[in-house]
Design a protein around this ligand. Structure first.
Ligand SMILES: Nc1nc2c(c(=O)[nH]1)N[C@@H](CNc1ccc(C(=O)N[C@@H](CCC(=O)N[C@@H](CCC(=O)N[C@@H](CCC(=O)O)C(=O)O)C(=O)O)C(=O)O)cc1)CN2
Ligand code: MET
Ligand SMILES: [Zn+2]
Length: 782
């Protein structure tokens, strides 16, 4: 009988070749039926369960699979369906997709980042009439499926009640306790049915326990788990945390549950320290997250063994589960198919399946003794050594350049006020300038062209000519729509990070290394394995071509250092800050090329700045200072005439608003539509005085917003922001939208702006902001 068992917390749902996406999108476009969809999804799900079994995992998660998002799954199973989507006629699967994607009548629910990852979840909504009900016992359905079809006794996985509620919106803080109480009986019912069905373990994910919680919140956690605990049941409850150390170790290990899952990778040693200091209850099981579930690097097995030894000094082997630090949702499926990679790099990589191999190997080491895995540990040591010493990783000139900036503060020479007057003179923009965020529809035609080019069917010249044709067409379209500041459209980019990764030295990219970002959409993060440098200009050709076709300004379009870092799989042998500084210097170089080519507005996107924010307050200041430094390092050498833009797309700015100010960008465009204007207040409160482009429509939904709707949101924003500082734009890039959605939406947006301009009585150029207070109310509420 094995003593220690291996487990996973969750497995990627998208399939080795993104079969999941294909099925979903085929269903949405009505080219397959619901039956087809269900069949394809089942095949994928069972395949992944069987695979984990074959790889030797003892506790295989079930119910982590999803048709869109696991938070939405949990909300819908508990009947948390926003009122605008409630209908007795619509089948539940349709309602489920409608909440996520919106439909003709109703806007989609808000979507936001899952803790500090690039995964987005759908925010559950409560309202006055929300009475949670158990619509379906999902974990039970999937538990029975695994059991009946594969003979696997899975470990059902379910988002825990505290995290579910904490991530939801639509209630007041003082309602948290009472609402939690309404969820408890439903969870009790789910657990009771799982127990009756013969489940041994159930995993309740409570990642909020790894964030800073108040004493009251910890009190709620205790109350809930005391109620969920059922002494009569055989079913064992595992409370799973990840992404950080737990905030109150003693309280968490004292919960009346059977097992606690801790992350021993992203905890800066705090979980292990607590384990050593306070011990671990002898009657509980520790699910130890020892293999990094967030990176793509093969573990240093010797080091992992040391970590396990330390844990085994406190927890007995038969109370130990070995697992990754979090769900493997955040890493690609397998390195196996990446046959083009340099062998020394490939040898150092581990995606989901290779991480599972590490888990089962370490488990074997515990159960059969260290000699049983000695060979593998040695081989791994050799492979990692070869990679570590690879000369391709080190560029002394890059390191020198970074150290030359040591101790210097990157800053622009002129103040914002001085620059603003100058920019007004140069660009002569009307009040409420309209623009877009950068990308225009990446149609099938464009993706196909790139695919042909990639597969060698098209020459570079043919592909370049095609891209130029698209740029020219869209410059014309943007002029016809009446936008004030144009973009080249980013047609040449597969993705805003991967594209730069392909152009910069120090990066490698994969063929199939997809990771789910939201719904059916995935990204393929490039891998930063060495020092980063710019071998030659990356964007000047496309952008100067676009600028040559129009008298209106065309924004140069770059992805910022923090975002490139955050959306890549970075090296871990040097500090994050060293890597972002290298990236910043490469971008600084690129920006100077754009300026030399006559580009007057340059946008440096930093959408990932907020998601990089550490979960623990204690770590936030340092992160923010370093992020600001990197952005300023990239942008500080521009001429005073150049207008620097940035863009961020998430809805919680409050906490970082001071940092946003310090970026010293002339204009920031942000997402607001899905959060229904909640965050404009943050900018008002902070007396933000630079240019702000407010997203007036949600680009994640296929719905075309009306002129009236956008006019209303512009007017609402103008109640708190000065018209002189206010830009009008969509929430984010339009790459995922069709042409038929984009053109009418932008046309309506420009029309809405025109109407407000007329109401303001100041069409045409306007004097600089001067001494007008930022919060002057210039429009009465219509
Ligand atoms: N990195 C990153 N993170 C981000 C964002 C972002 O833009 N980039 N935005 C937010 C999330 N938004 C997103 C918006 C759109 C997509 C998206 O459209 N993804 C596409 C993939 C885009 C892409 O890389 N397309 C490639 C083509 C993909 C490809 O390799 N196709 C193969 C097909 C077979 C295969 O390899 O799977 C082929 O052409 O041969 C291209 O344009 O060149 C998708 O899921 O389908 C993803 C995230 C937050 N995080
Ligand atoms: C996720 S932020 C996207 C910014 C980028 N410039 C775009 O429009 O696609
Ligand atoms: Zn964006």
């Amino acid at each position: 009988m094995k003593k220690t068992r291996s487990s996973t917390i969750g497995y990627p749902r998208i399939g080795e070749k993104r079969e999941w996406k294909e099925a979903l999108e085929a269903f949405w476009s009505k080219s397959i039926t619901e039956e087809d969809l269900l069949r394809k999804m089942e095949a994928l799900r069972l395949n992944d369960l069987q695979k984990q079994k074959n790889l030797g995992i003892d506790l295989i998660p079930v119910g982590d699979f999803s048709f869109y998002d696991h938070v939405l799954d949990t909300a819908v199973m508990f009947g948390l369906i926003p009122r605008r989507f409630r209908s007795d006629e619509t089948p539940l699967l349709q309602t489920y997709f409608d909440i996520a994607r919106g439909n003709k009548e109703a806007v989609a629910s808000e979507m936001t980042k899952w803790f500090n990852t690039n995964y987005h979840y759908i925010v559950p909504e409560f309202d006055q009439n929300t009475a949670p009900v158990l619509k379906e016992n999902r974990p039970l359905t999937y538990f029975l499926e695994a059991k009946n079809k594969l003979g696997i006794t899975g470990k059902p996985v379910l988002l825990g009640p505290v995290t579910l509620l904490k991530l939801s919106k639509g209630y007041k803080q003082e309602e948290f306790g009472p609402l939690l109480k309404t969820l408890v009986p439903l969870y009790q019912q789910v657990l009771k049915e799982l127990d009756e069905a013969g489940a041994e373990w159930v995993q309740l994910d409570e990642p909020v326990l790894s964030t800073d919680l108040t004493k009251t919140e910890i009190g709620h956690v205790k109350d809930v788990y005391e109620q969920l605990h059922s002494p009569a049941a055989n079913l064992k409850l595992l409370v799973q945390t990840y992404f950080e150390s737990v905030s109150d170790y003693e309280a968490i290990i004292s919960l009346p549950v059977d097992g606690i899952g801790l992350d021993f990778v992203h905890d800066d040693g705090a979980n292990l320290d607590a384990l050593k200091k306070y011990g671990f209850p002898a009657d509980k099981t520790l699910a130890a997250g020892v293999v990094n579930g967030r990176n793509v690097w093969g573990s240093d097995l010797e080091e992992k063994w040391g970590l396990l030894e330390a844990i085994r000094g406190i927890v007995s082997d038969n109370r130990l589960i070995v697992q990754p630090s979090c769900s493997l949702l955040h890493v690609p499926v397998t390195v196996k198919t990446e046959d083009h990679l340099e062998p020394e790099l490939k040898g150092a990589l581990a995606f989901a399946d290779q991480k599972i191999d590490e888990i089962t190997l370490l488990t074997k080491g515990i159960n059969e003794g260290r000699p049983s895995i000695e060979d593998e540990i040695k081989t791994r040591e050799e492979t990692l050594q070869i990679f570590r010493q690879s000369p391709s990783r080190t560029k002394p000139h890059v390191q020198n350049e970074v150290s030359e900036w040591e101790g210097k503060e990157p800053a622009r020479d002129f103040s914002f006020t001085a620059r603003q007057a100058l920019h007004q003179d140069i660009f002569k923009l009307p009040v409420l300038p309209t623009t877009t965020i950068g990308s225009l529809p990446q149609t099938t035609e464009i993706r196909q062209a790139r695919s042909r080019y990639r597969h060698g069917e098209w020459s570079t010249a043919a592909y370049d000519a095609f891209i130029q044709k698209k740029v020219a067409e869209w410059i014309e379209v943007q002029e016809w729509i009446g936008l004030d500041v144009l973009v080249h459209g980013e047609f040449e980019r597969n993705d805003m990070v991967e594209y730069f990764g392909e152009k910069l030295d120090g990066f490698a990219f994969t063929k199939y290394g997809w990771v789910q970002s939201y719904g059916s959409r995935s990204v393929k993060p490039p891998i930063i394995y060495g020092d980063v440098a710019l071998p030659e200009p990356m964007t000047t050709k496309d952008i100067t071509y676009a600028q040559s076709l129009t008298d209106k300004p065309v924004k140069g379009m770059l992805t910022g250092p923090v975002t490139i870092y955050k959306w890549s799989f970075p090296r871990e042998d040097i500090r994050a800050f060293e890597v972002t500084k290298q990236l910043a210097l490469a971008l600084q170089n690129e920006i100077s090329h754009l300026e030399k080519n006559g580009i007057g507005m340059i946008q440096v996107d930093e959408p990932a700045l907020r998601e990089g924010l550490p979960l623990k307050d204690a770590k936030k200041q340092q992160y923010l200072q370093e992020a600001i430094y990197a952005f300023k390092l990239a942008t500080c050498t521009v001429k005073k005439e150049t207008q620097v833009h940035t863009h961020m797309c998430y809805s919680e700015f409050g906490e970082i608003i001071d940092s946003i100010k310090q970026l010293d960008a002339d204009v920031i465009s942000i997402e607001t539509a899905r959060s229904h204007g909640e965050l404009i207040a943050d900018f008002e409160k902070a007396s933000y005085d630079k240019g702000i482009g407010l997203g007036v429509y949600d680009i994640h939904s296929p719905r075309v917003p009306s002129t009236e709707e956008m006019e209303t949101s512009i007017r609402r924003a103008l109640q708190v922001l000065h018209p002189q500082q206010f830009w009008v734009n969509p929430d984010c890039g339009l790459k995922t939208r069709g042409i038929d959605e984009t053109v009418p939406s932008l046309k309506n947006m420009v029309e809405a702006t025109q109407r407000v301009r007329e109401a303001l009585g100041s069409v045409g150029a306007v004097p600089a902001l001067g001494s007008v207070p930022v919060t002057t109310r210039n429009l009465s509420n219509p």
